[in-house]
Design a protein around this ligand. Structure first.
Ligand SMILES: *Cc1c(COP(=O)(O)O)cnc(C)c1O
Length: 488
């Protein structure tokens, strides 16, 4: 099974080549040329471990990897670095099932893909007999950067460069990034917002001159952003695993339909749920939850994607995004795999800042519902849920919960709990009406007041020295890359 570009102007490539390329040369995103056949027998899956299900899904989508190679990747990705042996435990309250995706090394769901991607990438590089060192370029609104460095830190034949917006990341996220110790990691703050960072990184990745220069230096770019198919596929696994676990716990009968609520930014996580449905997961509705950067709410309600609006820094920074890159992959399928239509949308977006779906394509999106939450609503949600059930939500999961509350009926619902509250202690404390401290004191206060345990992953975070303090303007990215990589 090969991967083809959503814009239809690049050759189809194997899974390993798609993982190495990150983005297709025509500026499009790689999508599977057809859906693989995965036998989803829920009674069997219900007895399987996370690792076994991951092996099956990876094997189906990355079919130029051998069974042995897939098993090596899965073992390396889902081992002792997780603080729960289920990898993604489920917390159920009646028909609402929180899928806890934050038990990895950096306490957010991106770990699930980014613990696997480095191994996929280095194995793919071996397969393609690459001689060049891989340069991983990541734009981050906070969580990608930390998760990418945790995954790629000190991995042979890689350099990792992370750009994060100076404003908007939590103090835990910032400290995680600036204290990164891996020798191959470079962390740089940008004076713009996340979209500026992402756009500059995208432009660098598509810059032919820079590519030639890199290749003369025995280097080549790759991407750890969720546009990489090696990020997306690992996220399918937890939806399949969660459903199987709910069957095992007799919360579901095999075949029952569910709803899936996903707090969304770049549209990667909810797209993975859609991919899971395409290979057989019974999903009745996808609920796209946004914060005050509510481009997606408007999009699903009107059929117009319009990024011409004020960018807002909110309490859920990992979702502060105005251009959701992975939406392009959904539209590709919704348009009946019409690459020309996608090209039109994307060029409208670049030239005018908006595009409007055709009526036929829009009809294909009827399973998607969208809601948004203001910061005030997020804070209220954290406080109300904690008071009612003693379950502590992080601000991103709270955006999802707020959307869940708008739904009708009692259909079993999976809510992607995307980060630990300990990644955002200040926001959570303030939502609970408590005094806010920074740094280690913030963690301790949160623990004392909520009677919850500080995760080991961040216990000693503020004892680590600051190793990265560079701040640049997004217009300086190209120049900074040259200096960081010592390009000749
Ligand atoms: C990245 C992130 C999101 C958004 O995920 P997308 O796949 O970009 O939509 C939501 N919550 C948290 C905590 C994140 O880190």
């Amino acid at each position: 099974m090969n991967y083809i570009s959503t814009r239809g102007k690049s050759p189809s490539v194997s899974a390993s080549q798609a993982i190495i390329n990150g983005m297709a040369p025509d500026g499009g995103l790689y999508v599977p040329e057809k859906w693989p056949n995965v036998d989803l027998d829920w009674q069997i899956l219900a007895q399987q471990s996370y690792q076994q299900i991951a092996t099956r899904i990876f094997g189906a989508f990355f079919d130029d990897f051998s069974n042995q190679e897939i098993q090596e990747v899965v073992q390396a990705a889902y081992g002792q670095q997780w603080d729960n042996q289920d990898i993604v435990p489920i917390h159920s309250e009646k028909h609402l099932h929180y899928l806890e995706l934050f038990h990895g090394p950096t306490l957010a769901f991106k770990d699930i893909a980014l613990q696997a991607l480095p191994h996929l990438l280095t194995m793919a590089a071996k397969k393609q007999q690459l001689k060049n060192k891989l340069v991983i370029l990541a734009a981050t609104s906070g969580d990608t950067g930390t998760a990418a460095m945790s995954g790629f830190g000190d991995v042979d034949q890689t350099e990792i460069i992370v750009f994060y917006p100076k404003v908007g990341v939590s103090d835990i996220q910032r400290q995680q990034m600036v204290s990164e110790q891996a020798k191959n990691a470079h962390v740089i703050a940008i004076t713009g917002n996340f979209d500026d960072a992402q756009q500059a990184v995208k432009a660098a990745l598509g810059n032919q001159e820079l590519m030639t220069l890199l290749s003369g230096n025995q280097l080549q770019f790759s991407s750890a952003n969720s546009i990489n198919i090696g990020r997306l596929i690992p996220q399918i696994v937890y939806y399949i695993y969660a459903y199987a676990q709910l069957v095992k716990q007799q919360q579901l009968h095999a075949g029952d339909e569910i709803k899936i609520v996903v707090p969304t930014g770049n549209f990667g996580n909810v797209l993975a749920a859609f991919y899971a449905q395409q290979i057989g997961l019974p999903v009745a509705q996808f609920v796209v939850a946004s914060n005050e950067n509510n481009v997606l709410t408007d999009f699903f309600n009107t059929g117009v994607y319009n990024k011409n609006r004020q960018f807002k820094v909110t309490h859920s920074p990992a979702m502060d995004i105005l251009v959701s890159s992975n939406l392009e992959r959904l539209l590709y399928f919704a348009s009946g795999r019409n690459a020309q239509e996608i090209q039109n949308y994307m060029s409208d977006l670049t030239q005018k800042g908006y595009y409007e779906l055709t009526a036929t394509t829009r009809e294909q999106l009827s399973q998607f519902l969208a809601y948004d939450a203001t910061d005030t609503e997020v804070d209220k949600t954290i406080s109300q849920v904690f008071k009612a059930s003693r379950y502590l939500l992080d601000p991103h999961t709270a955006v999802g919960y707020h959307a869940f509350e708008q739904l009708d009926g009692q259909m079993p619902t999976l809510l992607a709990a995307t980060a630990s509250p300990y990644k955002f202690p200040q926001t959570v404390m303030q939502a609970l009406g408590e005094e806010v401290a920074l740094g280690e004191a913030g963690l301790t206060q949160l623990s004392t007041i909520t009677h919850t345990k500080i995760p080991n992953q961040v216990r000693d975070l503020f004892k680590k020295p600051i190793l990265h303090d560079k701040i640049i303007d997004s217009s300086e990215i190209l120049q900074t890359l040259g200096v960081t990589l010592k390009l000749k």
